[in-house]
Design a protein around this ligand. Sequence first.
Ligand SMILES: [Zn+2]
Length: 257
Amino acid sequence: MAILSVLSGWTAALGDLVLEQRCAGCGLGGAVVCAACAEALDQGPWRCRSRRGCPPVWAVGPHAGRGRAVLLAFKNGGRRALGERLARGLAGAVRAAAPTARRIRLVPVPGRAAATRQRGYDPVRTLSTIAAARLRGQGVDARAVSALRYVHATRDQVGLDSAARWSNLAGAMRARSHGGLPPEEGAAVVVDDVLTTGATLAEAVRALGATGVRVSGAAVVTERGPGTGRFGGEYGHTGRRGSGSDTGPFPDLLSGL
Ligand SMILES: [Zn+2]
């Protein structure tokens, strides 16, 4: 039994090692994230198309190609170490959402309890914490504050259509009234992983607003746009990078996806 357990541990460790040597974005061997995928992840932040009930939202890139693959490997593939890499771009998106603030409080959208238990970590909270540390390294007084919680059970948004997503989330969150987020403390930026309809961010903003917290903006890792999923046709992309580019990051990957 003990030997089997040791062997099983070795097999798992070996699996991790093999995985870690393949790029999470494209599968190329030799790096956790290869140079081409790293470059793609560094081209943001870009301004997302506006969504109902949402403040200005900034993304690392589109929910497509290399960026999407790295995010999914971090979120669902157990490659937790990718958080450092993703948080680099996310920190830029947070800064873009509150460009002049000297104090920024990153408010992660809470993960669903069952998913967090299954993964062993909350991806958005983890990314927010690392992004805040990166911003502190750049001289910004930044901190991740888990100020939101669900007050009633919600379904996984994946697979729901637009109307179902909005009704699933309506009134689902509550913000702590004493969560280190008084309005005078600086800018509050809501953080999530994927922007689809905007229902989740809108609910987070509503819940924070109910306790007097004004949200300056939001930051996500990826934005769904045309050709990047089932909502592609509904959410035409008009994103703008800081430079005003029409194409946004990963232009090569937007075609044919
Ligand atoms: Zn790659």
